[in-house]
Write a protein that binds this ligand. Structure first.
Ligand code: TEU
Length: 547
């Protein structure tokens, strides 16, 4: 049996933990300005405690002009007034701690805001001490150093007349890349991190951390030669405490790289978010907007590679949703008649795996994508893409369909708390419309219903804390070629777990291996049992070898 109470000063406590991502501007508003705030999160801690999570990954709440919803930081040691005060943050940290919930802050160390004091100084003159905190190249106003493109569209270079140079930005022009080769810059960043550790923050999510070491002259953005040296220094200088949990966002990670990032000796990070499984339903080599249907055998092969590749050699993070991705139930499940069944099935598939699960706010309710008119979207990535594609004459209907399927605002609509106006999120006008389905899909109703998606997540978290096999078991995939059934076995010397999921709306044949004939049913999304798998059916069967 796994231990009930986690000792968070010890390395590896996160292997028994489940984290929950809060996107503050959409979680809970308390002052009626239509934007969520820190007090709102504190108010909802009891809800999160009921769910059973051990930590909150808090998307950025630092001072920011909000060009990219806080992923453009203008002061790493200040709270944005939009979210509240330093006192509010301290209260959140201490109230969360009382409930066994750690705060994991989201640090954007690859770039700052162009309104950060460092950049304001840097752009004044080439001999300003802060100039070298950023990446500059010569050129002429009409001829950038090369044709590298920003992730959000347009050139990755922006001209500054005062210094007659271009600065480099992998994201928006308002997000200049920091120059990690500059030692003084690194020291400043570590000081900011220590500031938050001293305030009681117990971990960090590190935005695009694989992109901090780069060489724009060689078109190199991720995995630059200095990357691992930087990460090891970061670990030593900024969070040497063994209990600090770190999760790096790494779009470029493959299994081999992830083994280095999450090496068991703790020299770099606790784990990384990798995205291979989230890119399978996109045209290979294409953009995220170019979608193709998901092939289940490919998903199974991918997750098997990660499960087996990191077993004993690193550590996985487990997720299907975050603030950059569309809602998983709309993506790989069914938004219609089988919304609940498919939401529970996807949760079951994920929470049976080895790794640390992350639940994105609203996922535990089976929240869905939203369909807005193009001018209602707020996300800069969507806005830039729409503008670019309209300008080149693409069909507006096609653009709309792409945004509906993949736009980041799908995940960013306000949390659906109850069936009152604005879903209980705000008394004002929400910054992004509430999904009109909030009267059917909301937390208040699901808390009351023991059979809800919410209670499925709650039970899955409880199971993970009850049986060691969830944490330690090896992974074996069954029926790899099956187009509809995802079934796998986890096993330790003393326990065995079988997870079976039907990814389709049709009945499927599946015979459990003989070894599970006397197994105990741990969880299922149907109340009775049958020999065939019904639409989106999911279950977990358990055996203890002790008896
Ligand atoms: O995301 C990294 C990133 O590369 C994303 O821009 C991703 O490619 C995109 O969302 C896919 O559509 C991180 C943050 O999670 C994201 O919210 C920020 O916008 C981005 O970094 C820049 O800080």
């Amino acid at each position: 049996m796994a231990e009930a109470k986690l000792d968070k000063s010890a390395s590896g406590w996160w292997k028994n933990a489940v984290f929950y991502q809060v996107y503050p501007r959409s979680f809970q508003d308390t002052d009626g300005n239509g934007i969520g705030d820190l007090r709102g999160i504190t108010q909802r801690l009891d809800y999160l405690q009921t769910l059973g999570i051990d930590g909150i990954w808090l998307s950025p709440v630092f001072a920011s002009p909000q060009a990219d919803n806080g992923y453009d930081i203008s002061d790493y040691c200040a709270i944005d007034p939009m979210f509240g005060t330093m006192q509010d943050m301290e209260t959140l940290i201490s109230e969360a701690k009382k409930r066994g919930i750690s705060i994991i802050a989201d640090l954007v160390l690859n770039h700052s805001s162009d309104e950060h004091r460092w950049f304001q100084e840097a752009r004044k003159s080439r001999d300003n001490p802060y100039h070298d905190y950023y990446l500059w190249r010569s050129g002429t106003p009409d001829c950038p150093p090369n044709d590298m493109q920003s992730v959000f569209g347009g050139s990755a270079w922006t001209w500054v007349p005062e210094v007659e140079q271009y600065y480099f930005h992998q994201f928006a022009a308002k997000q200049p890349d920091l120059n990690w080769d500059n030692e003084e810059l690194r020291r400043e960043l570590y000081r900011c991190i220590r500031f938050w550790v001293d305030k009681g923050v117990e971990g960090f999510r590190l935005d695009v951390i694989d992109q901090i070491a780069k060489d724009p002259d060689r078109f190199l953005t991720a995995n630059g030669p200095q990357l691992h040296a930087f990460l090891q220094e970061l670990r030593r200088e900024a969070f040497p405490e063994p209990g600090i949990v770190t999760v790096g966002e790494a779009w470029s990670a493959n299994v081999e790289r992830a083994r280095v990032f999450s090496a068991p000796d703790g020299s770099e990070l606790s784990m990384v978010f990798q995205f291979e499984h989230m890119c399978l339903d996109q045209q290979p080599g294409g953009q995220k907007w170019d979608t193709i249907p998901l092939s289940l055998p490919k998903l199974k092969a991918c997750l098997t590679r990660w499960q087996q590749g990191l077993h004993g050699k690193g550590w996985n993070s487990l997720f299907l949703d975050n603030h950059d991705l569309p809602r998983i139930v709309s993506r790989w499940g069914d938004e219609g008649a089988y919304r609940e069944k498919s939401a529970k099935m996807l949760a079951t598939m994920l929470h049976g795996l080895e790794g640390t699960p992350y639940i994105y706010q609203g996922e535990e309710l089976g929240m869905t994508n939203i369909r807005l008119e193009l001018d209602e979207y707020q996300d800069l990535e969507i806005r830039n893409m729409v503008q670019e594609q309209l300008a080149r004459g693409d069909d507006p209907e096609r653009i709309r369909a792409a945004v509906w399927a993949r736009g980041r605002d799908n995940a960013r609509t306000p949390m659906q708390w109850d069936d009152s106006e604005n879903a209980g999120f705000t008394t004002g006008t929400p910054w992004l419309p509430v999904n009109p389905n909030y009267r059917q899909i909301n937390a208040a109703q699901q808390l009351k219903d023991p059979d809800s998606v919410f209670h499925t997540y709650r039970r899955l978290i409880e199971l993970r804390k009850t049986y060691d096999v969830f944490r330690e078991g090896s992974f074996r995939l069954l029926c790899p070629e099956d187009e509809a059934v995802f079934a796998y076995v986890r096993e330790t010397e003393r326990e065995k777990l079988l997870v079976v999921c039907n990814f389709s709306a049709e009945m499927q044949d599946f015979t459990a291996p003989q070894e599970f004939s006397d197994a105990k049913l741990l969880i299922s999304n149907y109340t009775d049992q049958s020999c065939t798998l019904r639409p989106y059916e999911a279950k977990m069967l358990y055996l203890s070898k002790d008896k």
